[in-house]
Design a binder for this molecule. Sequence first.
Ligand code: AMP
Length: 312
Amino acid sequence: MRETEKEQQHKRHVLIVGSVALDTIGTPFGEVSEAAGGSAYFAAIAASFYAPVRIVAVVGSDFPRQHLDILAARGVSLDGLQVKEGRTFRWTGRYQYDMSQARTIATELNVFQDFRPEIPKGWRSSGYVFLANIDPDLQLNVLDQVNRPQVVAADTMNFWIEGKRDAVLKVLGRADISLLNDAEVRQLSGVSGLVSAARRVLDLGPKMAVVKKGEHGAVMFSREAHFAAPCYPLEEVRDPTGAGDSFAGALVGYLASQGEASDAAVRRAIVHGSAVASFTVEDFGAARLLTLTRDEIEQRYREMRAFASVEA
Ligand code: AMP
């Protein structure tokens, strides 16, 4: 294959760095113990509906092999996934009836403590990079290892905004798209109104600030435009874990499939992200994502387009 064709192929790959975890989750509708999860895990499954995915993360020697086999079978390349002697990162969270915020009961870093992401040589020209929720110093380290991606999208969480604010600001300064939720945007900017808060995020560097608002949908701000997508009206949300990560994975995967991140493509990507996230929350952990089909996503995408359209 000619070098240029090879390069072209790399450009359509999605590189995801983040956590792969064993999650113990309780909601008013049930609980699950040690389910496969983590920001990179949810994002990778979601992105794999759209594009070839490469995952950079770490698990311990106790991580059940079957979860990795499931990712591999979906076309997720695992050459950047380190398996280290020791215990996998574990997160325990609980939700009350208002499922917009998880209460973290326990975070056990384990093998994450000494994780240093290493991007395999052949992956450094990946065109689409998603920095899922992980220590922002590690996100920066990943950006130092890649060659000018077409799109860098970045997420974070309150824990890092509080503890490593400067590093979070640097990450956003190098991102094209920020993918934070409304609480994170407010916390980061110190401003309560969402429009002003998103403007402050744009001032840090990204061209677009996508704000996830849980059951109220998602909004995108750029310097020129503003776009709002509704949330799919589900009868029952059983477990919101992974909604944000699967939203982001689908959004970035969709952009990779289109080979562009224009305003129009990002609008469509946000609706795809919302559609996939709405499936994630129908069941615990990633159970629903693993039975989901592309046809089901397309059907929900069409319904969501219809919800948001009005006559002139
Ligand atoms: P969300 O999409 O926001 O619901 O993300 C939930 C996922 O984040 C869970 O699967 C957790 O394993 C993961 N997670 C929780 N805390 C952290 C952390 N400090 N660093 C990285 N990932 C985390």
